[in-house]
Design a protein around this ligand. Structure first.
Ligand code: DX5
Ligand code: ZN
Length: 219
């Protein structure tokens, strides 16, 4: 059964009012909350730390969905699991597509009772994900170049979502499909139609007065 979840990205939230920003979307029905972690190496910017995740992970009941855009997921994935992440998603590019390293990050997360996700950047072939779909809980398709919010949706993500949906359904796997970057009512609808379970949206949701209507438009 496909899910129909929304994961607001805190990258576009008011960092000085994080608790209220989190509670606001929870009250409006968001099932997941998306933490974008950047190390200044894998992507040029820096963002949330394990301390921040830890501080706010338990002030709500949504799934703490932690997307780590970092060069060293082997080191950071377990740290974010300990900080209260329910799911940690790392990039296959960050481990250079090394099967041994990928398996280690996934196993370390599962050993901590944390769900594991893999992600690919827009230029990466979706086939690189296939060998992992029976081992992970989620696959995250980046529909913008990771690093910052507010960019335009890259349409080739739709083809990737369709291929993943087909593979997951054919093999009867439990892996969820998430899409992240440039999501609004129009691109969100296309992603749902292509087979995405979870829509991440940052700048479309945060920083506006009509958050309720915007979230409803993503359903
Ligand atoms: C991009 C991040 C996204 C981003 C989405 O590096 O992974 O989660 O915040 O932002 P919008 O929705 O503004 O494209
Ligand atoms: Zn993200």
């Amino acid at each position: 059964m496909m899910k129909n979840y929304i994961a607001p990205s805190l990258l576009s939230a008011d960092k000085n009012d994080l608790k209220n920003e989190i509670l606001k979307v929870e009250k409006l029905g968001a099932e997941w909350i998306h933490w974008d972690v950047m190390d200044g190496i894998f992507v040029p910017n820096k963002s949330y730390t394990p301390e921040q995740v830890q501080e706010y992970a338990k002030c709500h009941k949504m799934v703490n969905d932690v997307h780590i855009m970092v060069q060293d997921p082997k080191k950071w994935a377990p740290i974010f699991a300990d900080a209260g992440a329910d799911l940690v998603t790392f990039h296959l590019e960050a481990v250079d597509f090394c099967p041994k390293c990928t398996a280690k990050v996934i196993n370390d997360l599962h050993a901590k009772n944390c769900k594991a996700g893999i992600s690919i950047k827009p230029a990466t072939n979706v086939k690189t994900c296939f060998p992992w779909l029976d081992k992970v809980d989620l696959v995250l398709v980046m529909s913008v170049e990771p690093g910052k919010g507010g960019q335009a949706f890259i349409p080739s993500a739709l083809k990737k979502i369709k291929k993943l949906r087909k593979y997951i359904d054919k093999h009867n796997l439990n892996c969820l499909i998430e899409v992240d970057g440039g999501i609004n009512a129009e691109t969100g609808a296309k992603c749902r139609k292509a087979g995405a379970d979870i829509l991440v949206a940052g700048s479309y949701i945060y920083g506006h007065d009509d958050v309720k209507e915007r979230m409803e438009s993503l359903r």
